[in-house]
Design a protein around this ligand. Sequence first.
Ligand SMILES: [Zn+2]
Length: 174
Amino acid sequence: MCTVLNNEQWRMVVEAKGIATGILKSAAENITTAGTSFDTLIPKYLSIRPTPERKSAYAGFFLKTAATIDALKRDNFNYDSIGLDEKKEPYLASVYAEDMTHKMTLTKFYFQSLKMTGYDSRWGTLIHEATHWKDVKRTEDWDYGKSSQKLCTAKSLNNADNWERMLENYASSL
Ligand SMILES: [Zn+2]
């Protein structure tokens, strides 16, 4: 069921890794500049006021996530050709938060259904998964998609999809 990535899958992951790290580095630089679009993105996606201290902390988090994704090699990834979790629900990708070897499983749905732009992008999904690792941010999956914007502030800040969607929105404005 789980195998290594084939050459075509690895090519797609390399492309997604490159976009993810580029967006994260751009966001880290942009978020601390005057008139940044994050002044509206932070309240929208994290339900919190964008103070200078928070923006500086998020810039550090973006750079940490970029470095973590940049360091992922081909053998960090597994391919799940079935793509169903223990409840038989389809899933895109998964990691184990405690896994300090940073293994990431990508399923057939990751490669078949995701695009490179918009919400639920291939690069955004890599960011989502990387934030789960405990040495990055140890985010949870309290909710997914648009409904994740209705979470309370504490959960928003610790919900992987809120960060993914905020960065996907940021990227769409570049
Ligand atoms: Zn997740």
